[in-house]
Design a protein around this ligand. Sequence first.
Ligand code: NI
Length: 139
Amino acid sequence: MGSLARFSVAMDEDLLARFDDLVARRGSAVNRSEAVRDLVRDALVDAEWEDSSEDIVGTVTMVFDHHASDLSDKLDSLQHAHHEHIISSMHVHLDAHNCLEVIVVKGTSAQVRAIADGLLGTKGVKHGKLVSTTAGRHL
Ligand code: NI
């Protein structure tokens, strides 16, 4: 990290009050400055994701019923088909029926989105989400 630069921001009072409420909910370890830095980092990650030529990384989290017909096999086949982009996966048996899987995918944003869409769009996946992040060259 470089040296800290200070700058002032003009903001509508109502908007600032709502922002302060949000900061307060995140606990005493977070102050306005840290919250603003987080927002800037999020925006930089999003910008990196929009440039589809850059390698990025994402996690696909999904919950599914392993009793659903050949669903586990379909999800496994999809992952094998994209083995060069799937870095790691974790499987948790949540209860007698439900499984949780967290899969780390690396590639261009277009590749990562396509793989995530394939997994999350498989019939029988109850809930899931792609979280985008980056190795942080620009953070
Ligand atoms: Ni399981």
